[in-house]
Design a binder for this molecule. Sequence first.
Ligand SMILES: [Mg+2]
Length: 198
Amino acid sequence: MNKLSFNIISKLNFDKELEEAKDKIDRTILDRYQSIIFDLDNTIWNCFTSRGESTGAYKTEPPYKLQSRGVVVDIKGNIIELQEGVQELLEILDLTDKNLGIVSSGEKLIDVNRKIGLPSAAQPSVMLLKKFDLYKYFNLGVITKAFINKREYIKGIGKVLFIDDNNEQIQNVNEREDIDVLNRKSFNNWNDLLRKIY
Ligand SMILES: [Mg+2]
């Protein structure tokens, strides 16, 4: 196969993927928004200690190892597990040109009293997003900030949807009239968001 025909096939494959992604998102709740902002812990992934207790991604430590698709283990044996369907969904959202961002309170601090955190690139959550190869999707940025009131940090283009599992943050963000909020606890699986609702 020469390079030209290879390029044509790549283009055809991309067109097909794009068409399929558009069909999947069509008439779903996500179709109504231009920007979607996600929380991390217990929203797109779940973290456990080696003893199976729930923990936060900010408490994990590099180096990270991809154990299987969607499962990363850190040096202490903590396990970070992507929620079912989230990888596929992010890919669909990216293909359909949605603007995606992360606003998380999971920040690793180097000075707790002065609330000084590690630089972004060294934040466990950022490193984990890169390890899962998801970081590339978040064109609106990845914010990790301890003691955050998320209401003040959510920015999007056009109509914005925010998805989080924390009741306090949900209530806070709900006060912003320009943002719709979806409780992560209101649906079981990320595939549920691809139901045709209108
Ligand atoms: Mg959370």
